[in-house]
Design a binder for this molecule. Sequence first.
Ligand SMILES: *Cc1c(COP(=O)(O)O)cnc(C)c1O
Length: 352
Amino acid sequence: MWRWYELLPVVDPDHIVSLGEGDCPLLRLIRISRKLGLPYLFVKDESANPTGTFKARGLSAAVSKAKELGIRKVIIPTAGNAGGAMAAYAARADMEALIYFPKDTPHANIAESRMAGAQIVLVDGLISDAAGVAGETARREGWFDLSTFKEPYRVEGKKIMGYELAEAFQWELPDVIIYPTGGGTGLVGMWKAFQEMESLGWLKNPKKPRMVAVQASGCAPVVKAFESGAAFCDYWVHAHTLASGLRVPKSFADQLILKDLRESGGTAIAVSDESITKAQHELCENEGIFSAPEGAATLAALEELVRRKWVHPDERIVLFNTGSGLKYLDHGEESSRAQAGCASPPLLDGAP
Ligand SMILES: *Cc1c(COP(=O)(O)O)cnc(C)c1O
């Protein structure tokens, strides 16, 4: 990611805290592409990032800038993956890390954060409840808050996905980008990147992608606001979905997300947990990509967009797989068993 150093906020390169994030592959889908009749279908596969998700990009940028600013203690409320990424980069930067997770966060996030030496607090509630407590602790004890959009640097790290895409498409942007939206950092970041590239004169053609925000039907505040024409999102009550990264009842940047979707001529779409699980199997069975449920949600959304004829066979379409399925084994295993019609895993007993 840091080969785009001039476009990132760190002034002195000695302050860069990197684990080799970014430059993840843009893979062409082969069998799914044929099934859907979309010959130019791609996945930007972010699962190869350190800590297994694209959260590494934002936290590499944020922790680097925090280091440059002389900050020693960082705090974050998180739905899971941002916490794991912050813990890793804070460890490398020799900073103290304090993380507030909802208590039912995927186990991998808690394990990786503990392993990196972060202090952990489990909150009985959602990321929004965790944010309340973390904010109070930050003010009381002088921690620097790395919450989504409450500092300006995570979005800078995430915007580099837009540059990588432009480069891969030889500076002619794809037609449609389908993005699983929680806090919206990547969506807002890429849209910012496209505008920067335009003012830098790097684009061969000023046409920008239609941005699609995908959410889970159990937590779809952006979809609801987009459809009703609202400028803000309402807080989504009783948010639930197995795609923990999408369990964000209200993004701090809701206004920006909605503005960028509309400016791009895009849309917002909600998909059920069942269709997410089905798409996760499809991606892995047909293409060998074991995606995070959030990534699979983009394929489920694409199938719906094909039904609505919102996408066309001559368009270049990019799905975002934002993380690795390996981070969700606690529920992934349950869903595979349910799909295979097994009540419980096979038991190995000592009997001959
Ligand atoms: C955080 C997260 C998202 C949502 O990303 P935003 O840019 O905050 O909208 C999607 N997928 C995964 C795996 C995540 O961890």
